[in-house]
Design a protein around this ligand. Sequence first.
Ligand code: SF4
Ligand code: SF4
Length: 96
Amino acid sequence: MSTDEYLDDVEWTVDDQGHITVDNGDCEDCSDKPCLHLCPAECFDHQEERQGEIYFSYEHCIECGACLVFCGNDPDKGAVSWTKPEGGKGVEYDFG
Ligand code: SF4
Ligand code: SF4
């Protein structure tokens, strides 16, 4: 089953507040930009028209925690700050 097929079975109750924030100021010096390739929900986008800034949208995040590993906890990157969404908000998995 592909990632897209898995995501077809996922639902979200989107919080008003983003549970992840990205400090774009830290992205300029990030040469490999793993966020553009490793986020399974493709929440990170490269905005050429905005001088290559990284644009982040939290709404369809599946809360896998990968961006904390490849960015937030990496001392050479550290642009991502991660919290859990408020109770009852965020992604909902149907394991049935
Ligand atoms: S991995 Fe982190 S620091 Fe690098 S471009 Fe993506 S968000 Fe910015
Ligand atoms: S937690 Fe996972 S799905 Fe959400 S933004 Fe980070 S890498 Fe993407």
